[in-house]
Design a protein around this ligand. Structure first.
Ligand SMILES: [Zn+2]
Length: 154
């Protein structure tokens, strides 16, 4: 049972600050999904085009699937790069799920983080969750995530 609780997405670790060296080779076009038009539509519909100068790209492919933790996406605000896990570029992934993943990352750029007592940073604040739940299809996406997470893990 311990294993089951561990096999969850750890969203608080989903936004590491990555070093600059991964700037090269930014690719938004995957085999099944092109991230750019998805980003543009979300930006227009939910953010009044507030996200400017962002690059959106598939992340680097890994040799192995992770064992316990799958990171769907990350955002680096200082460089304005949103990276989506290339494991999502597969035909079994519904487009509406990918939209949700992108929306989640984009939301980070408009909802400020909070610093907790002790200096820890909290990115998924109450305000963040409130706005995230307003995304149409949020519940469907979370359910799909839960039901399909094992396909992304080893
Ligand atoms: Zn997040």
């Amino acid at each position: 049972m311990a294993r089951k609780t561990k096999r969850k997405t750890k969203r608080k670790l989903a936004h590491p600050k990555l070093p600059m060296q991964r700037q090269l080779n930014l690719q938004h076009e995957g085999t099944h999904f092109d991230l750019r038009p998805i980003f543009e539509r979300l930006n227009e519909r939910y953010f009044r085009r507030r996200l400017r100068g962002y690059k959106v790209t598939w992340g680097r492919r890994r040799k192995h699937r992770p064992r316990e933790q799958f990171i769907f996406g990350t955002i680096q605000e200082e460089d304005r790069v949103i990276r989506i896990n290339p494991a999502l570029d597969q035909p079994f992934v519904p487009p509406w799920f990918l939209r949700y993943v992108l929306y989640h990352e984009m939301l980070h750029s408009v909802v400020p983080d909070k610093t907790l007592p002790g200096g820890r940073r909290r990115v998924h604040t109450e305000e963040f969750s409130r706005r995230e739940r307003k995304f149409p299809g949020y519940l469907r996406a979370r359910r799909w995530e839960e039901e399909n997470l094992a396909r992304f893990l080893r």
